[in-house]
Design a protein around this ligand. Structure first.
Ligand code: AMP
Length: 173
């Protein structure tokens, strides 16, 4: 999987100065590479009775839906406020400047379900921490088996914010 680093593009100063953005679009446009990523996740969870794969807007949806299809599981979307049409639960979280929020449909998960949460990049962990809170605070008896990322930026210590939940990252920087 380390070879994936050769097709993930660094874009300096995007979306603002000082950030090196990990652009995964070259990986997504390489059919064999994308398939390899989804196969590795599928193999990891195939025997775990996953009911739902939870994807985080927006790039998380790409991996979540492919993985869910491969597992025969359902997909749940975590979206920015105002995007989901039905009744929602919301979690507000702080960013470097200001706040953001994440929403989930109130009927997205049921008691007893096993879920895997998927996103493309674990950076500071703010987004995933809010996502996990959204699930654990609103849905009793839902088991988060693991949180899976394509990329983890180790130097930002995002996993410190996700204590207590198993984390799997395919590629580390
Ligand atoms: P965070 O809440 O800081 O862990 O990151 C939130 C989201 O921003 C992640 O889901 C990523 O999609 C995106 N992101 C943050 N930093 C980067 C980066 N350096 N390169 C690509 N995406 C990033």
């Amino acid at each position: 999987m380390e070879s994936m680093k050769q097709i993930i593009r660094d874009v300096p100063d995007f979306p603002k100065e000082g950030i090196i953005f990990k652009d995964i679009t070259p990986l997504l446009s390489d059919g064999a590479a994308f398939q390899k990523v989804i196969h590795s996740l599928k193999n990891r969870y195939a025997e775990k009775q996953v009911d739902m794969v939870v994807g985080v807007e927006a790039r998380g949806f790409i991996f979540a839906s492919a993985l869910a299809y491969a597992l025969g599981a359902g997909v749940v979307m975590i979206r920015k406020p105002g995007k989901l049409p039905y009744k929602t639960f919301q979690k507000t979280y702080s960013l470097e400047y200001g706040t953001d929020a994440a929403e989930i449909h109130q009927d997205a998960l049921r008691s007893g379900q096993n879920v895997v949460v998927v996103d493309d990049v674990l950076a500071t962990g703010g987004t995933l921490s809010a996502t996990l809170d959204l699930i654990t605070e609103n849905f009793a008896n839902v088991k988060i088996l693991e949180v899976a990322f394509l990329i983890e930026l180790d130097f930002l210590n995002g996993r410190e914010k996700l204590k207590g939940v198993p984390i799997h990252s395919i590629i580390h920087y």
